[in-house]
Design a protein around this ligand. Structure first.
Ligand code: NAP
Length: 242
């Protein structure tokens, strides 16, 4: 069976990615941290598309949990291949740097940058052995431009961009591609607290994006058709910044 793992698949962009990859015929491993209700709703929607889905509850920033839950799955499913990995889980904890606590710094770095390392290193080996794989990392405009109040988030996402480019060159010869998408403002729980009416005036398209608009781009990068695209960062931001 061919699987795709989506971290942070319970809600927002991650849920839309699960549904897109299900449309592409993948069986979906839905990772999330704590929201059982939303994760089960994603699972229900995935199953409606006539593929199987499986919930995988673990904290991507916790190495022991990743090794035990994801490592355990790999060990017990040796006949199956995870062809697609979408590193999507992430959190925002904004503060000006001078007020930022170590906890805020570490939480944000952990869920994006450490998580990239913990999760990807377990799956890349199988992709190399199969001589096929697609890794897509969800970064952010913040990691390209830098955003005031988000030194932690900008650093974490910029770090993942660097790791994307490095890993892409390590695995290119074996048919494994590694790319990143960098959304601007997308309507999800993560942006609920922002002043959309004011912020959308800054966006040439005059609106926030929808999770599906990010998922469709990820679906393309995760498809066989994107075979000559690697080490790239695709902005999905309505023209806000490039
Ligand atoms: P969201 O609606 O807040 O959903 C976050 C998802 O990540 C949830 O599924 C959550 O699981 C999961 N998650 C968070 N921390 C986790 C952890 N430590 N371990 C496992 N799962 C974890 O966020 P979103 O807007 O869809 O964002 C998805 C990605 O896009 C993030 O990487 C974010 O940085 C990036 N992004 C978003 C925007 C935007 O405007 N929304 C813009 C640029 C980039 P639970 O449901 O269990 O909490």
């Amino acid at each position: 069976m061919k699987y795709a793992l989506v971290t942070g698949g319970s809600r927002g962009i991650g849920r839309a990615v699960c549904l897109k990859l299900a449309d592409m015929g993948y069986h979906i491993l839905i990772n999330y941290k704590s929201n059982d209700l939303e994760a089960n709703e994603t699972l229900r929607l995935v199953k409606e598309k006539n593929v199987s889905g499986q919930l995988m509850k673990f904290d991507v920033s916790n190495k022991a949990q990743v090794d035990s839950l994801l490592g355990g799955w790999i060990e017990n499913n040796k006949e199956d291949t995870v062809e697609v990995l979408v590193n999507n889980a992430g959190v925002r904890e904004d503060a000006l740097l001078m007020w930022m606590t170590e906890e805020q710094w570490k939480n944000v770095m952990g869920s994006s940058l450490d998580a990239f390392y913990y999760v990807t290193r377990l799956l890349v080996m199988g992709m190399l052995a199969n001589r096929y794989g697609r890794i897509v990392n969800v970064v952010s405009l913040s990691g390209i431009k830098g955003m005031p109040g988000q030194a932690n988030y900008s650093a974490a996402k910029a770090g993942v961009i660097g790791a994307t480019k490095a890993l892409a060159q390590e695995v290119a010869r074996r048919g494994v591609t590694v790319n990143a998408v960098a959304p601007g403002f997308i309507s999800t729980d993560m942006t609920q607290d922002l002043n959309e009416a004011e912020l959308k005036k800054l966006i040439p398209m005059q609106r926030f994006g929808q999770p599906k608009e990010v998922a469709d781009a990820i679906g393309f990068l995760a498809s066989p058709e994107a075979s000559y695209i690697t080490a790239s960062v695709l902005s999905i931001n309505g023209g806000l910044y490039s």
